[in-house]
Write a protein that binds this ligand. Structure first.
Ligand code: GAR
Length: 204
């Protein structure tokens, strides 16, 4: 079974959704490690409750980004991690890190990429007045919120929506979409061809 690590910096609601999907057997993998760069992140408590190993690696404890990432890689190697799932990890990975794990790092973004990249994807879409936004799961490359797109799901913004109600709809959608994308990866059904992701049928 595939060994998975989740990288998170915050609340950890996507991490929770992934934990649930593993427990229910939707994702047949070993969720072995949480890498977290923020000691106050809710994700840490969630890992504790599920008995998942926690690697707290804070950027301030390292003299350079290279050293910081070296430490993360050390934890990933100790656990023989094969798939890295970024779930609200608010740091751009270096090109060296990305190439080391090429095609094995996933990210989720709360908007329909390539629109509304960055840390405020939901708010930016809401303030822009678009009528449709959504969620994207993609392979990670060297750029922020960029790389071959695996799954996207649209979410309508109704006239009655507030930023809070939109956030709720987006997060609900994320919690369904991310486990589905991880499942496709684990089943070997994702192939990157000319920077586009082809999804094959089960067994095919
Ligand atoms: C999620 O909405 C995720 O899409 C977003 O961070 C949030 C983390 O929430 N990621 C980005 O904006 C990446 N650019 P969570 O900690 O509750 O999973």
């Amino acid at each position: 079974m595939t060994n998975i690590a989740v990288l998170a910096s915050g609340r950890g609601s996507n991490f929770s959704a992934i934990i649930r999907a593993v427990k229910r057997g939707l994702i047949k993998a070993n969720l072995l490690l949480l890498v977290c760069d923020n000691p106050k992140a809710g994700a840490i408590e969630k890992a504790k409750r599920s008995g998942i190993r926690i690697a707290l690696v804070e950027r301030k404890d390292f003299s350079s980004k290279i050293e910081f990432e070296k430490k993360i890689i050390q934890h990933l190697e100790e656990c023989n991690i094969e798939l890295i799932v970024m779930a609200g990890f608010m740091r751009l990975l270096s090109p060296d890190f990305v190439s080391r794990y090429k095609g094995r790092i996933l990210n989720i973004h709360p908007a329909l990429l390539p629109s509304f990249k960055g840390v405020e994807g939901i708010k930016d879409a809401f303030n822009c007045g678009v009528k449709v936004t959504g969620v994207t799961v993609h392979f990670v490359d060297e750029e922020m919120d960029h790389g071959p797109i695996i799954l996207q799901k649209a979410v309508k913004i109704e006239g009655s929506d507030t930023l809070e109600s939109l956030e709720e709809k987006i997060h609900k959608t994320e919690h369904l979409l991310y486990p589905q994308a991880i499942k496709l990866f684990i089943e070997g059904r994702l192939k990157i061809e000319e920077r586009k992701v082809k999804v094959s049928n089960p067994g095919g």
